[in-house]
Design a protein around this ligand. Structure first.
Ligand SMILES: [Zn+2]
Length: 114
């Protein structure tokens, strides 16, 4: 094991221009957009989330989906309780966990070549 692949990027910082993404920029420019279209709002370079960011995201999303799809519907609660609980799990994931854990990397493949 070497340290060559260790990612020292800070959370939400552009690797090109060191622009620190605001919360709004992360939410609008990263969370709700396709990952291949993540673009720095300051320098316009295409970015991609680091591998660890994606691993954590997929793990968190999978866990929440398992709860929302398989476990919560089995519970003997009222319908609105299930809806509330599902939202209580999904919303913090989308609005807090992902925006505050994303680390950007330079995109390996050039999507646009002139
Ligand atoms: Zn930038």
């Amino acid at each position: 094991m070497t340290n060559t692949t260790r990612n020292k990027n800070k959370i939400g910082v552009c690797p090109y221009c060191k622009h620190e993404w605001t919360y709004k920029e992360r939410l609008l420019g990263y969370v709700i957009k396709p990952r291949s279209r993540t673009k720095c709002p300051k320098c316009g370079e295409y970015l991609e989330p680091s591998t660890m960011t994606m691993v954590y995201e997929y793990l968190a999303i999978t866990l929440v989906l398992i709860f929302v799809i398989f476990i919560i519907p089995q519970a003997p609660w009222l319908h609105w309780t299930k809806v509330l609980l599902s939202a209580a799990l999904l919303l913090p994931l989308i609005f807090i966990f992902i925006p505050f854990s994303v680390r950007f990397e330079k995109q390996v493949y050039n999507v646009k070549k002139k």
